[in-house]
Design a protein around this ligand. Structure first.
Ligand code: SF4
Length: 360
């Protein structure tokens, strides 16, 4: 069966397919010129490469997130066609059949997707065993043979999340592979959970260019994690005006800036304001919840408590701002810009205006 015959079976016309590729490349910020090239790469990949999806210590939220899409969807079109050969949570086979699928995939040129953190050393292996084998060893074995490795969700990226908060010795995929001397670069796609569009876009980029996308210092694709959430937030106008939500029950404050309720938007790099979850149904701030900073390295421990004001907003005269801390946390010119911006905002009285004299 030809590649477009496969698409037809899925009820996808050539026109729809090209529209999808154009939309995906546009979402990636890639020039229109590469649409034919991207379509060609995806066409070639319709039968392969296979994807092996390993799941370590996690809540299965990233799998849930990937599956929470409508039909037909980019997730189905690309991931299904890519052939996920092994996925413990959703695969029909179990026992020896599942093991067979794993071994068969190892023999191919596959993309490894990893969800969940891993015990860092043999002493903690008992926290995550799969089919009687330590997950840590399975991950090392698969990573040694994979053509590309993508860590999805905060647990897999940094060993953060719930397992990381326990005494499980949890670490991220990149750290484990570094410790084991495995050189294949790990593409980190954090967030709790990852957005399907981020995973699909990353795979599409890899297929098109046959190389990992430009990454930032945390191993995240710049195209998805290169801008500050605060800069694109729909509540930013209220931030500028000094309209800060202090009372959840006051309907007038419903759309106000959430910074006094612990919003981490000013130190979180993500495209959440533009690309949402569940087929673009919603995201945290739009649902009325402060950003918890789940795309950042220090999530969860470094960002808790989630619903409390952050130290970085304490300013002299109003409270305290440690500009150096702001700079270290955010880094680079953006940090300086943000620090200056926050100080200017506070100095103008806007930050304190609606703070009801709370101690900042
Ligand atoms: Fe939006 Fe949070 Fe920034 Fe307020 S602090 S403008 S809610 S990102």
């Amino acid at each position: 069966m030809g590649n477009f015959d496969l698409l037809k079976v899925k009820g996808v016309s050539r026109r729809d397919f090209m529209k999808l590729i154009a939309a995906t490349t546009a979402a990636l910020g890639l020039p229109e010129l590469i649409v034919p090239q991207a379509a060609n790469a995806v066409e070639k990949a319709l039968n392969k490469p296979p994807v092996m999806w390993l799941e370590g210590m996690d809540c299965t939220g990233c799998t849930e997130s990937a599956l929470a899409t409508l039909n037909p969807s980019p997730a189905e079109l690309i991931l299904d066609m890519l052939s996920i050969r092994y996925h413990e949570t959703v695969m029909a086979g179990s026992g020896h059949k599942a093991e067979e699928a794993y071994q068969d995939t190892l023999k191919e040129k596959f993309i490894l997707v990893v969800e969940g953190s891993t015990p860092g050393t043999a002493k903690d292996d008992s926290f995550c065993m799969i089919g009687g084998r330590p997950f840590r060893k399975i991950l090392i074995e698969a990573a040694q043979k994979a053509q590309a490795i993508i860590a999805i969700g905060s647990c897999a990226c940094e060993g953060a999340g719930i397992p990381g908060a326990c005494e499980s010795g949890a670490i991220g995929v990149a750290e484990l592979l570094r410790n084991e001397g495995i050189k294949t670069p790990v593409i980190n796609l954090p967030c709790c959970p990852v957005k399907p569009a981020t995973l699909i876009g990353t795979i599409l980029y890899y297929l098109t260019y046959q190389k990992v996308p430009p990454l930032d210092s945390q191993g995240r694709p710049v195209v998805f994690y290169g801008s500050l959430l605060h800069d694109n937030c729909p509540r930013r106008g209220h931030f500028e005006n000094g309209d800060f939500l202090t009372d959840w029950n006051d309907p007038i404050q419903k759309e106000y800036c959430l910074i006094l309720k612990g919003c981490k938007g000013p130190k979180t790099y993500t495209d959440c304001a533009q690309v949402w979850w569940n087929d673009n149904a919603n995201y945290c701030i739009n649902a009325g919840s402060p950003c918890s900073g789940c795309s950042e390295k220090d999530f969860y421990a470094g960002f808790s408590p989630l619903y409390a004001k952050q130290e970085m907003f304490k300013l002299p005269g109003i409270g305290q701002v440690d500009a150096d801390t702001v700079g270290v946390v955010i880094g680079g010119a953006a940090a300086v810009g943000l620090g200056v911006h926050l100080i200017a905002t506070a100095a103008s009285g806007r930050l304190s205006k609606k703070d009801h004299k709370e101690d900042m």
